[in-house]
Design a protein around this ligand. Structure first.
Ligand code: MF3
Ligand code: CO
Ligand code: CO
Length: 254
């Protein structure tokens, strides 16, 4: 187990990387319209990251992932591969952006509604967003990771949805996925105690139906076993002495 504590200089680099990742999501929103393919969204993000931000899209070639962003539509839980399928009105898509700038990673995702919103998808996305924030609000020096998971799980299940257990948040820095694992379920007062200077993600995946997931033969795409809708939001966060600093806030939230 190798949890890294970031120095003040490293924290500054994480702030920059986090901001750039959020900027990509702010930029791409206007393009998420009926008729666009997820490949087209990938190309727009790739160009923006490499040409405008002079940064690196971390997913590209990461363990063989073939694209620069993840696009997870409707019942896809996470790690959807951009392709030629066109988005249609009523679809809900998670776009997950990770950029590397000056050696450090920023990782964030949001839900986007395509055209006229599906009411169920909207509600699932809203509950998942609130669940992520309940988890984030537990962060701080001395807090247990179990507090984060418990807070998320309790809120999700109170709303009769289910938390995906197979995938979790993670430490992040020079390395895309580092220790600790940040589970989105758990028990208060258990798990690692946090220290100021840690950077990690909180990124709950929530299913409208049962919690079970299945990996498609492409080796990446994760779907709900029961084909119910799934939603996810993600922020990269710095743990501080007094609590937390969210490094991937969008323009509307800063
Ligand atoms: N961005 C994802 C995460 O939140 C990881 C994507 S890995 C990829 O951790 F290879 F699929 F891009
Ligand atoms: Co992540
Ligand atoms: Co991500």
């Amino acid at each position: 187990m190798t949890v890294t504590i970031k120095t003040p200089e490293e924290q500054d680099k994480m702030r920059v990387a986090g901001q750039l990742a959020a900027d990509v999501l702010d930029m791409i929103g206007d393009y998420v319209k009926p008729g666009v393919t997820t490949d087209e969204l990938d190309t727009i993000c790739h160009k923006f990251i490499t040409e405008e931000q002079d940064a690196i899209p971390a997913p590209l070639n990461y363990r063989g992932f073939p694209k620069s962003i993840c696009t997870s539509v409707n019942h896809v839980v996470c790690h959807g591969i951009p392709g030629e399928k066109r988005l249609k009105a009523g679809d809900a898509v998670n776009i997950d952006i990770t950029v590397i700038k000056d050696g450090f990673h920023g990782d964030t995702s949001r839900m986007f509604m395509v055209g006229k919103e599906n009411i169920q998808a909207r509600r699932l996305a809203d509950i998942t967003f609130q669940a992520m924030w309940r988890g984030i609000e537990e962060l701080g020096e001395g807090k247990h990771l179990g507090d984060v998971g418990a807070s998320i799980q309790q809120f999700v299940e109170k709303n009769r949805f289910s938390v995906v257990k197979e995938y979790c948040g993670h430490g992040i820095g020079r390395v895309f996925h580092e220790d600790p694992q940040v589970l989105h379920y758990g028990t208060r007062g258990t798990g690692m105690q946090l220290k100021a200077g840690m950077t990690l993600t909180v990124e709950p995946m929530v299913n409208a139906g049962k919690a079970g997931v299945r990996l498609l033969p492409d080796g990446w795409t994760v779907v709900t076993k029961d084909h119910s809708l799934s939603a996810q939001w993600e922020h990269t966060i710095l743990v501080t002495e007094t609590g937390y600093e969210v490094l991937t806030l969008g323009a509307a939230d800063r």
